[in-house]
Design a protein around this ligand. Structure first.
Ligand SMILES: [Zn+2]
Ligand SMILES: [Zn+2]
Length: 367
């Protein structure tokens, strides 16, 4: 009886999944440049610029084959996630310093000059708009939604489901006091959920909040979270600067031989670069969606980053590589490129690390 019910449930989900991917595959923004606007603006959305080689869209079969990630989770090493008590204690202990906490995937708490910044909010179970279907989180976020510390700023890179989670956004407390910075087209996502201070930024736009400067920067990616909205909202990376620290957050990105060098020239050198290192193996080679770990290190070099941090791994399964392979490849590539172990950071989920204290010229105190 139970087996019959499960079968019925699964049959229903297959039908939903098929419809979703057939429709998603059919609709996207046109690629024609909108004259008079920046080159990444097109008639009803956005595109990558400088242009990168177009790769065929991921085939529906890829997603269908990966249907199992809704139900079957990988074995997780016991030290991959720290206990919530320890995570909260570490965060509190470093309250007075600049620090960074990883909550899985691309979600960080960044403490800079006394403000707490939350990046790409995704703290729930499924990276999906259909509950019970889609990639299921295999490691908890370290600090749960209910126990999140007060947030002053939310910074968003794009609207993919593993970066912008509706339930997480809706559940955060004190929305009236939070400043939200989003790429073009995503303001209403937050205002509909009760946020009052939301600014949309185009690439290279800047906003200031107290002593911090937030700069939206290009990245190589795409957007879309539901039927027919491919590339209708913008994607971006971020530079977050205080007087003494520069933190670069890549969002999601493929590699570009020009974009990151240009960012490095304009904004660099950066102290800490948070780089996507997972979700690269789609079995058809898709360098425009996610960085291979080796390419992430190359981005660090392009930005002239002092310390590189691997993110977007060890949380959900979006692609075919073994889920704990990305940090191994990342560390090996970093070592080869001349980064020391002290300057190649792989966090446990929930872990907080203090940023090196720097003087006004950005020079670390211990150097
Ligand atoms: Zn994405
Ligand atoms: Zn992602």
């Amino acid at each position: 009886m139970k087996r019959q019910n499960l079968k019925k449930q699964l049959d229903g989900k297959w039908v939903v999944l098929l419809i979703v991917f057939v429709v998603i595959g059919c609709s996207s923004a046109s690629q024609t440049w909108l004259e008079g606007k920046p080159r990444h603006h097109v008639k009803d959305g956005f595109r990558n610029h400088p242009e990168i080689p177009e790769v065929p869209p991921t085939k529906p079969f890829f997603y269908l084959r990966r249907f199992y990630t809704s139900f079957i989770l990988p074995d997780v090493p016991s030290d991959h996630v720290i206990s919530e008590n320890l995570a909260i204690a570490q965060f509190n202990e470093l309250q007075e310093k600049d620090s960074i906490t990883w909550l899985g995937q691309s979600t960080f708490l960044i403490r800079l000059d006394g403000l707490t910044i939350l990046t790409d909010p995704y703290l729930t179970t499924y990276a999906s708009s259909v509950w019970g279907l889609g990639p299921k989180r295999f490691a908890p976020p370290g600090i749960s939604l209910e126990n999140l510390p007060p947030i002053e700023v939310i910074v968003l890179s794009h609207n993919h489901l593993d970066h912008l989670d509706s339930e997480t956004v809706a559940s955060i407390k004190n929305k009236d006091r939070i400043q939200v910075y989003v790429p073009l087209g995503l303001k209403s996502f937050f205002t509909k959920r009760g946020y009052q201070h939301v600014d949309e930024l185009d690439w290279y736009d800047q906003k200031r909040k107290d002593s911090l400067t937030f700069t939206s920067l290009p990245t190589v990616h795409h957007s879309g979270r539901s039927l027919g909205d491919k590339n209708k909202t913008l994607w971006c990376s971020w530079n977050i600067s205080s007087v003494s620290q520069k933190i670069y957050f890549v969002g999601d990105s493929g590699y570009s031989p020009t974009i990151f060098k240009e960012i490095g020239e304009k904004m660099g050198p950066v102290d800490l670069a948070l780089l996507t290192i997972g979700a690269y193996d789609t079995r058809q080679g898709d360098p425009m969606t996610h960085l291979y770990p080796e390419a992430a290190v190359k981005v660090g070099l392009d930005l002239n980053a002092e310390t590189i941090v691997g993110m977007h791994w060890g949380t959900i399964q979006l692609s075919d590589e073994p889920p704990f392979e990305p940090p191994v490849r990342f560390k090996a590539a970093a070592d080869k490129a001349g980064y020391s172990e002290d300057n190649t950071w792989i966090f446990k989920i929930g872990e907080t690390r203090a940023l090196p204290e720097r003087d006004i010229l950005g020079i670390a105190a211990n150097q």
